[in-house]
Design a protein around this ligand. Sequence first.
Ligand SMILES: Nc1ncnc2c1ncn2[C@@H]1O[C@H](COP(=O)(O)OP(=O)(O)O)[C@@H](O)[C@H]1O
Ligand SMILES: [Mg+2]
Length: 239
Amino acid sequence: MSANELEGSSTTLSLLLKGEMTIEMRMPYSSNATFLVSINDHQNTVKAIYKPMRGEKPLWDFNPGLHRREVAAYLLSEAIGLKFVPPTILRDGPHGEGSVQLLIDADPDEHYFTIFEQRQDLHDQFRAICAFDIVANNTDRKSGHVLVDKDSRVWGIDHGLCFAQDFKIRTVIWEFGGEAISKDLLAAITPLVSSVPLEVATLLTEQEVVAIGERAKWLIDGAAFPVDPSGRHYPWPLV
Ligand SMILES: Nc1ncnc2c1ncn2[C@@H]1O[C@H](COP(=O)(O)OP(=O)(O)O)[C@@H](O)[C@H]1O
Ligand SMILES: [Mg+2]
């Protein structure tokens, strides 16, 4: 099944949630202990990415529990209809509680910079991710955290470093700076100004939830993608 079919299937979430998990390997280039797993319920098998809380590297600016932010990002992207985060759930696994995210079958040589150059037709999907990252305060939108599947669907991954209270976005997606945000995208974000979906709010602190509404209002009031004259709001490494 393709990621599109899997994502549309109601059994995918329940398989991720309840299926038996087997670790296949630790992912290369992961900053935390991030595992490729297979999950099966004797009828179906899916591959997924398991990030146990225990495998997180301690950070000065985030409390432990980055896996909850991964899930919050998925739920927020679903709630506002942008739907670019692969299905992600919270569950127990061989190394304890963690997030589990559907693996996207993407070309490992393609990432934001290469796709941006070659695929004008995917730029609207990048605009959606860009707007989301501002609202979610993503401080780790590396080029490699953008994937494209064979159906030309763009996916965003690795949202453990989202939702800090203080605005400090770090992203590679600055190409749209100064451009007006489309009506559709503004309409998707507007509801967040008055309320953040409960399923997202329960995974974050009260102050972090308030800050989502404030960033949404800021983006809507400006109605344009922001620019970064300092040139400092990039993640490292870039890819
Ligand atoms: N849902 C996914 N689908 C496909 N590949 C993924 C997915 N999640 C992670 N990966 C791959 O695993 C690598 C490490 O995952 P990432 O989420 O960046 O973990 P970390 O938090 O350790 O940096 C990514 O660069 C990507 O190649
Ligand atoms: Mg990463």
